[in-house]
Write a protein that binds this ligand. Structure first.
Ligand code: ADP
Ligand code: MG
Length: 693
């Protein structure tokens, strides 16, 4: 077995598991090793049970000495109790509303269980303990180490928590990864001088420790090494891309006289910012150098029209244009808007997304190749290799943070020296954008169209929910519409869908009519999603309850209420984006954040949002408070390009990686040249930022 062997070679992976893993993008050994834990659980070992604080999770070996009869409380909760004996004494395990749990235990038998310590009227007990199946339990196996932690004087083990999808369990992943690590050694892939300079641990050690940390220290070292790795490869790519671009000639488009006609037909006057940015873009189009421009503009600043006009000019020069959106819903919306704006011109516009039928796809593809389609709007289906253009002239990518450098470079390989325009509403601090988008020129739309009202923002505790939904019902009566957003429950799509469904039923039962409210979530078929979205757009559906799928770009001017449940779980930039879904028409709009305001930081953050409507300001203030990468909000859901790095906190490492990458590319030393060539080959083969030799 080697790094590129299929995962079915790993002991314990049968056909069914293989399929599940494949669905998560894990095809060979290397993918599995790069499936990093998203967090670790510090599990205390039973010698220290007595000194364990409330709320900590513990693992104990114990024997059942008593199984109590269930008790029903006044509030109709069912409490089950099992009494356990362990080496230091006796402890009760308690379950709430899970009467079936006690049935898993047999009197006088031995178990390894894990649960949370909690004091209850002076007595310490284990809450909702679960049995750890000894067969696939790494915690209690022979490799266990009692680590000493001076502060807590406790023995503990860091147990990885992997991102889970349907059918995968954490224990299973732990087991197969440790099985894999037994059979494999990973060779070094950074130049020796680099490893010495930064005192990195070896790649092999880093991979082992990220999956099964020997200690907290070893884990930190592993993460540092791997982060560097990631940022180093990223920088190499970025620099190579930039060199490539700088040396690329572009198509010199002329400025079409029809631009004037189009401008006069627009349903509104462009803002000064929009006009300036369009001018900058048209100047780029005119040059015989390739355009590489990033347009930054807050939510609602009107980036779409900028994209349409940029494409229009290229099309008028006889070339094709592509507009890429991160989601189908958004692609759909852009498609409709492009059609609407350009309807009086004889321009052929098509939509290509994952849900287009195979037959239709084939037709579109051949039309693209023939050059019969002028503007194609789509999702990453557009990036598929067998999509060919006759003469692509410009590619516009919306909401850039969802697409990586790799995808960007993939697209521009589709045309000869095509112009590249990327648009984002994510406020990226200047210092960072230099490293992240070093290959791009930047245009900023820094004003909103006139007549926009400030969106009134409130935050309330959960117990005020009733008032919030009654308020929303009032707005609906006035003819307006509302969004209700729930966070994705981490690591478990099923759970988040459940929570959305529960909320939906609650809303139907108490506040709204069934026919005017609908759920929308990421797991729905694309066709269903589109249908619901369209019904919402034309006002048949009044309230949309969803997970964050509506986050980017959706435009429904009649919607005036945005309610966000568990707002504390979102990044501020993300909340700001969500809020930007309302206040798009002439009606007064509201954003109500329902949150668990248990600490000052949560409140401070919500306060920032309440006080400001400016995305850049919000991002900066948030940084001051938390200094965290959650600014981008999407990382946890695997949509960012970095697995480990947090661009805000790791900026120093990014700087270093960038400098070293430059050095390496310039180096004439024989070993460096050899290394460089190898790594470039690897980079071309894989889309990951952590490549192995
Ligand atoms: P975003 O920058 O968030 O992508 P959109 O392009 O979706 O913003 O534009 C938001 C709304 O503002 C759309 O309804 C759009 O038609 C409208 N809009 C754009 N530019 C102007 C303008 N100059 N004046 C008035 N409305 C505008
Ligand atoms: Mg947009």
């Amino acid at each position: 077995m080697d790094l590129y062997s299929e995962i079915s070679y790993i002991k314990g992976i049968g056909p069914k598991m293989k399929e599940l893993l494949n669905n998560c993008g894990i095809n060979n050994v290397i993918d599995l090793l790069l499936y990093f834990p998203r967090d670790y659980e510090k599990i205390l070992l039973d010698k220290n049970l007595d000194s364990t604080k409330d709320g900590n999770k513990v693992v104990i070996n114990c024997t059942v000495i008593k199984i109590d009869r269930d008790v029903r409380t006044k509030t109709k909760r069912v409490i089950s109790t099992v009494v356990f004996k362990y080496n230091n004494g006796i402890i009760k395990g308690k379950w709430f509303n899970q009467p079936y749990m006690k049935e898993k235990f047999v009197l006088r038998k031995q178990y390894t269980i894990s649960g949370k310590i909690q004091s209850f009227k002076g007595e310490r007990m284990l809450i909702n303990p679960t049995i750890i199946n000894n067969k696939d339990n790494i915690i209690m196996n022979s490799s266990i180490q009692y680590l000493s932690d001076k502060n807590e004087n406790a023995g503990y083990k860091l147990v990885p928590k992997y991102p889970l999808r349907e059918g995968l369990t954490n224990n299973f992943l732990i087991k197969i990864i440790s099985e894999t690590l037994k059979c494999i050694t990973i060779s070094e892939n950074l130049p020796i001088w680099l490893i010495k300079k930064y005192e990195f641990c070896s790649l092999d050690k880093a991979i082992r420790n990220i999956h099964n940390p020997e200690s907290n220290e070893a884990l930190l070292k592993a993460r540092k090494r791997l982060k560097f790795q990631e940022l180093f490869i990223f920088s190499l790519k970025m620099i190579m891309l930039k060199d490539f671009i700088n040396n690329s000639r572009g198509i010199a488009f002329s400025i079409s006289p029809d631009l004037k006609v189009l401008k006069e037909q627009l349903p509104f006057n462009l803002t000064n910012s929009q006009s300036r940015v369009i001018r900058e873009i048209l100047l780029d189009e005119k040059k015989n150098k390739q355009m590489n421009r990033l347009v930054q503009g807050d939510v609602g600043s009107g980036k779409t029209i900028v994209a349409i006009i940029s494409m229009f000019n290229v099309v008028k020069n006889g070339y094709q244009a592509a507009l890429l959106a991160p989601t189908e819903i958004l692609a759909n919306q852009h498609y409709l808007e492009t059609q609407q704006i350009l309807k009086s011109f004889n321009i052929n516009i098509s939509l290509l997304t994952g849900s287009v039928s195979q037959k239709q796809k084939e037709i579109i593809k051949s039309e693209l190749k023939e050059g019969n389609i002028d503007i194609i709007v789509g999702t990453h289906a557009l990036l598929e290799e067998n999509v060919e253009f006759k003469n692509l002239g410009i590619v516009v990518t919306d909401e850039l943070h969802r697409f990586g450098v790799i995808q960007r470079s993939m697209l521009f390989n589709k045309g000869k020296n095509v112009d590249i325009l990327v648009m984002t509403a994510t406020p990226i601090p200047r210092t960072l954008s230099l490293y992240l988008y070093g290959d791009l020129d930047v245009s900023i739309i820094d004003e909103l169209p006139p007549g926009r009202q400030k969106i009134e923002t409130f935050y309330v505790e959960h117990n005020k929910k009733d008032k919030v939904y009654k308020f929303a019902a009032e707005e609906i009566k006035k003819g307006r519409q509302a969004y209700v957003v729930c966070p994705l429950v981490e690591e478990n799509d099923e759970l988040s869908i459940n929570s959305v469904e529960k909320l939906y039923r609650d809303l139907v039962n108490n506040y709204f009519k069934e026919e005017e409210i609908s759920i929308l979530h990421g797991k729905m078929a694309n066709k269903t999603k589109d249908e619901i979205m369209n019904k919402f757009k034309n006002g048949e559906i009044k309230i949309l309850v969803s997970t964050t799928v509506i986050e980017v770009g959706i435009n429904v001017p009649n919607a005036t209420v945005m309610i966000i449940e568990n707002a504390e779980r979102f990044g501020l930039a993300q909340l700001h984006q969500l809020r930007g879904r309302v206040g798009r028409g002439s009606f007064k709009s509201y954003c109500i954040l329902i949150a668990n305001i248990k600490n000052d930081i949560v409140e401070k953050r919500l306060q920032i949002l309440k006080n400001s409507n400016d995305g850049f300001q919000i991002a900066e203030e948030d940084l001051k408070i938390r200094g965290s990468g959650e600014l981008f909000g999407v990382r946890q859901h695997g949509e960012s390009n970095f697995i480990l790095s947090d661009l805000i906190n790791d900026i120093e490492l990014l700087k270093a990686a960038n400098a070293e990458a430059k050095k390496l590319l310039k180096s004439q030393k024989e070993e460096d040249i050899k290394f460089k060539n190898e790594i470039i080959k690897k980079i071309e083969q894989t889309s990951q930022f952590i490549c192995f030799n």
